[in-house]
Design a binder for this molecule. Sequence first.
Ligand code: NAI
Ligand code: MG
Length: 490
Amino acid sequence: MSASLVPDLPAVVTPGRLFIDGRFVESLSGKSFDSINPATEEVLTSVSEGDRADIDAAVAAARAAFETGPWPRMRPRDRGRLLLKLADLISANAEELARLETLDNGKPIAETLNVDIPQAAEVFAYYAGWADKIHGETIPATNDHFTYTLREPHGVCGQIIPWNFPLLMAAWKLAPALACGNTVVLKPAEQTPLTALRLAELVAEAGFPPGVVNVVPGYGPTAGAALAAHPGVDKIAFTGSTEVGRLIQKAAAGNLKSVSLELGGKSPNIVFADADIDAAVQGAIRGIFFNQGEVCCAGSRLFVEESAHDHFVEALAGFAGALKQGDPLDASTQVGAQVSDEQFEKILGYIESGVQAGATLLTGGARQGEKGYFIQPTVFTGVDKNAAIAREEIFGPVVSTFTFKGIDEAIAEGNDSNYGLAAAVWTRDIKKAHRVAQALRAGTVWVNTYNAFDTAVPFGGYKESGTGRELGVQALDLYTQTKSVWIALD
Ligand code: NAI
Ligand code: MG
């Protein structure tokens, strides 16, 4: 294995290994893969490549930790204490984690420092608070029985996460699962395994019993597929493409494991002419260009009411063209690099298809610079609503703008998608805001804002954007099942 080419990477990732049963180990095959810095296209470090046999070992460790280890038998409050300790360790190492995430993913350091890492810590702290508050009910069903419910963990959870918010997605998955008393095998995305490995080290430092958290980096069709199909896994949670979400659901059918999926989107951002237009322009910028557009709820379909459209898109293109793009480690950078060569090519392909389909390119449309996977913030107008750029998830800094007339058309166009993850509406008319919020088929609707998130507020998709809700009290439903107990009194 090659050593790191970048100075000051944490030792745990140089090279990275699998974290199984509380120890860092080589993959059984001895194979490894490289993690790339997308801003330079250079190798950051190599990482041991987990496959089916390593997943078997990790599932066995998680099973033993669940069946015979202290974790599910511990006082719930003590599980909460460990989660809180992990939250504190993430905060204490925030700068190092932010730099590592930025190097591995290509996103700006301002984002990892202010969003990804602090929010990951907050998610662990939030679910630490839930650990001793997950309880059943007594039910006065019949006079001759005492009947109550217990909320019990599923057992071993498989969790497969994407590369767009690597540490934060690990937190969304791990924290509620652990608070409920499950044990976990986590497979980070092959593009961005590094912060999950550093997190594993912090898990050990916090004092979690061995086997409670296992981290197995590897590829989707090998390690990921083995985890999804594994008969020893009781629950599988996945965030990623809708295409792979379908594969996960099929793979889970073998032992009918419980499934939750957070998938793609093509979220409508709807601006009425009566909105605060300056605020809406800034919201549209944030909605599509945040995180280089690599956001499942990106506002990639922008509908502007006809009378405001031309002025709006002109302002939008002006701000988009002025965003500062470049070195993700520079604190003033606003737009970094796309995560990988594959995503870079995919996005440029969509831009090309938009031009071919006759859409008007208002700004951007090309690679930025000559090295690194940088793509300019791109605004299309005059887009045919059946064009690929109007219907398919691009997952890049590319927005398609459309016009509409009136509330009914806004709702119909907004809902004209197989996806239903998020939506936004901008208006000063409170009735219109509520009517549209209720009519849109999406798991989240923002009014006069975009990308508002909080750990306490559930998030997830309608339609082909997924099933189940993460965050908030709702995530506890994903990681528990209910047992009814009947006690005869006569
Ligand atoms: P993907 O869905 O293939 O990858 C996400 C995770 O699933 C990774 O950990 C990957 O290793 C794993 N995976 C892949 N194939 C698998 C399989 N057969 N069984 C089990 N696990 C598997 O996404 P990818 O290929 O990285 O990106 C493709 C597109 O997916 C993006 O352009 C974007 O449109 C969408 N995407 C959506 C995300 C979201 O947050 N909703 C996140 C990442 C990608
Ligand atoms: Mg894939």
